[in-house]
Design a protein around this ligand. Structure first.
Ligand SMILES: Cc1cc2nc3c(=O)[nH]c(=O)nc-3n(C[C@H](O)[C@H](O)[C@H](O)COP(=O)(O)OP(=O)(O)OC[C@H]3O[C@@H](n4cnc5c(N)ncnc54)[C@H](O)[C@@H]3O)c2cc1C
Length: 335
């Protein structure tokens, strides 16, 4: 455990200079029992990966456990598939590169998403037509109360759009320690998503490999999204709202260019489009701003505090609701 108060400025991608009471680096599975005891004595606790999906609005009055469990292991393989276990503290992009460089298919569309492997099942990360649940075989976690390790199958994780059991029934009760991914040896590349196809054409690639798709996704992301190493942000701040067909039919009548996608639960609206139509692209509140290239992303433009970012997010929600009658839900964990 480290000295206090401990600054989390380098441990969150919004670059917010908040402190926590105490901080443990979880480097080894053998520490889990000690960590469990410390959690039970603390007023509250937070398992921290890369801090790329968290907005701190104040100092954290509790114990932060930084997940640094490392390692990628081949578990099993057959003629079609390869099963890789990645420890929860592995950087997601390092794992993606490991797969891409070995020609294992399934995660290439999820290239360059910041954060750790252990956080990926929590909100079922997704990008460019792919969700991580498509490749997750199982998730192993430590139950803080009972101090037992459990492994859940994909079905037990109850994955949905940016959802899983880890955000609900198991929230704050467990530490994800490892994830097993089922990757394909003969992948069917997913290049249907418009911008990927356009980027491959721009790269003069007609028969793409896994690496080409990964490179295309990286190029797109670098051109559109702010780099958290330079500009504080947590990626998409809001989920894309899903509305009923009846609500959609009304909206499309008054807004014929409404950007939308089919969804099993109704119709998914592009939250970025809704925000942009409200004239909020580039809008600022104190040091926080709606990103000028991607309205779904809120940034720490100039020494903003977490409360500045939250006030901006609330203003965006209220403005979108007033214009469209659609409630935007925050994707980022606000603490
Ligand atoms: C520039 C940028 C682009 C992004 N693009 C995307 C995108 O395209 N798609 C997408 O889905 N997301 C995106 N994100 C969001 C973010 O990268 C993901 O949600 C990522 O999975 C968060 O990982 P993390 O390790 O940083 O988690 P953290 O922010 O550290 O934690 C997030 C939540 O998970 C919990 N948690 C983390 N690790 C564990 C663990 N081992 N056990 C138990 N609980 C844990 C934390 O307590 C917290 O509640 C983006 C973020 C940024 C900054």
């Amino acid at each position: 455990m480290l000295a206090y108060p401990f600054s989390l400025a380098l441990f969150n991608t919004f670059k917010l200079d908040v402190n926590c009471n105490s901080f443990i680096s979880l480097d080894n599975i053998n520490q889990l029992s000690e960590v469990s005891s410390a959690i039970k004595k603390a007023p509250q606790h937070l398992i921290l990966g890369g801090g790329s999906n968290i907005l701190f609005t104040k100092n954290y009055d509790g114990l932060v456990i930084k997940n640094n469990l490392k390692g990628i292991t081949l578990i099993n393989e057959d003629t079609q598939h390869i099963y890789l276990q990645a420890m929860a503290g592995e950087w997601w992009q390092d794992f993606v590169l490991h797969c891409v460089n070995n020609n294992y298919g399934g995660v290439e569309n999820l290239s360059l998403i910041p954060g750790t492997v252990g956080a990926t099942p929590i909100q079922n990360i997704g990008a460019y037509g792919v969700e991580v649940k498509n490749t997750i075989h199982s998730v192993t976690f430590f139950d803080i109360e009972t101090e037992q390790l459990h492994t859940y199958t994909n079905a037990q994780c109850e994955f949905g759009y940016r959802e899983s059991i880890f955000k609900h029934t198991l929230k704050n009760k467990i530490i994800i320690t490892a994830v097993v991914f089922k990757l394909t040896k003969h992948p069917q590349l997913n290049t249907k998503y418009g911008v990927i196809a356009e980027q491959l054409i721009a790269m003069h690639i007609t028969t793409p490999t896994i690496k080409d798709v990964s490179d295309a996704v990286i190029a797109i992301r670098q051109s559109k999204l702010p780099n958290p190493a330079i500009t504080g942000n947590a990626g998409s701040f809001f989920k894309n709202p899903v509305v009923t067909h009846a609500v959609f039919d009304t909206l499309i009548t008054t807004h014929p260019t409404l950007s939308h996608y089919a969804d099993v639960k109704g119709v998914k609206l592009a939250a970025g489009w809704l925000i942009e139509q409200c004239g909020l692209k580039g809008y600022t509140h104190n040091g926080a701003a709606v990103h000028s290239k991607q309205a779904l992303v809120l940034i720490n433009a100039n020494n903003a505090t977490g409360t500045d970012v939250l006030a901006l997010a609330t203003h965006v929600q209220q403005t979108v609701y007033a214009k469209f009658g659609v409630q935007l839900e925050m994707e980022v964990n606000v603490l």
